[in-house]
Write a protein that binds this ligand. Structure first.
Ligand code: FBP
Length: 277
């Protein structure tokens, strides 16, 4: 994979697009699970944000997505070579109410931290969705004025949602995010490849990236990646399937072969047998 210009001294949105995307594709490392899930996802290695920064840097990820507290303490010195996405909201899993996740970090501060993009989760269908829609709309406006990209984690959830992962619900969410101004929309993949093609259409010029979910076998994850790329997704924003892996750098290489070099999982397995990586 040809490495492109990276770094954070960028002024225009198009510069940020060029930094993040390679051949129109991305592989983002997500590390906001400590806030969303608690430390339960972690082991002694990956609980340390320093480890994740090393994985992000050595794995040449397109970007790392994290909360501001992690960014300000760990995305420093040479780690700034990995493009940064700062999450502006977040909620714990402790409240059992309809989900509401409000902005706690400003676009201004994300920019000061060197972010090329800001991230925000919307729980579409929650009784509180209106607050999140309004906040995200304003965030997009502000981010775009500064030349930053706006990424929506679009997770339909709450008492008005019967099926969080139905294609129709995900397509609705994707469309909402695009109409509010998202440049990139992160969704969950429900295994319906035809449905994902429709979802990608609903996103218009916004790019669709897929969340990893809980840890799967390597082959399952490779297959899922192949399927979503073939359906028109721009890539992945993945956490656990990388940093819970015993060899995250190898997994990153394998996923990059699928995403950027259009390889098939079988082909990669053969190459692994031949010690190509
Ligand atoms: P994973 O690849 O580990 O699933 O991370 C993707 C992600 O979107 C994280 O950014 C976020 O913390 C988490 O999933 C939230 O998922 P949920 O709300 O479904 O638990």
């Amino acid at each position: 994979m040809q490495i492109k210009k990276r770094g954070v001294n960028l002024k225009k949105k198009s510069d940020r697009v060029d930094t993040l995307f390679h051949k129109g594709k991305v592989l983002i490392l997500a590390y906001d699970q400590g806030l969303e899930h608690g430390p339960t996802d972690f082991n002694l290695l990956n609980i340390d944000p320093q480890y994740i920064m090393d994985v992000g840097l050595e794995g040449r990820f397109s970007a790392i997505a994290a909360q501001a507290g992690i960014a300000e303490k760990y995305h420093v010195d040479h780690y700034k070579d990995v493009p940064l996405i700062v999450k502006l909201n977040g909620k714990t899993k402790l409240s059992k109410e309809d989900p509401l996740s409000l902005q706690h970090t400003s676009v201004d501060y994300a920019e000061k931290l060197g972010a090329i993009a800001v991230g925000y989760t919307i729980y579409l269908g929650s009784n509180h969705e209106q607050q999140m829609l309004v906040e995200f709309g304003k965030i997009c406006e502000e981010a775009h004025q500064k030349g930053l990209l706006a990424i929506c984690w679009m997770y339909p959830r709450g008492s008005n949602i019967q099926e969080e992962e139905s294609t129709e619900t995900i397509a609705y969410g994707t469309r909402v995010a695009m109409e509010l101004g998202a440049d990139i929309i992160k969704i969950k993949y429900n295994g319906d490849q035809e449905g994902l093609r429709w979802i990608v259409k609903a996103a218009g010029k916004a790019k669709v990236v897929i969340a990893g979910g809980s840890k799967k076998t390597d082959y399952e994850f490779m297959q899922m990646t192949r399927e979503v790329i073939d359906a028109g997704a721009a890539g992945l924003a993945v956490g656990r399937n990388i940093w819970q892996h015993k060899n995250p750098l190898l997994m990153a290489k394998v996923l990059k072969e699928i995403i950027f070099n259009n390889k098939k999982p079988q082909e990669i397995l053969q190459e692994l047998k031949n010690h190509k990586y």
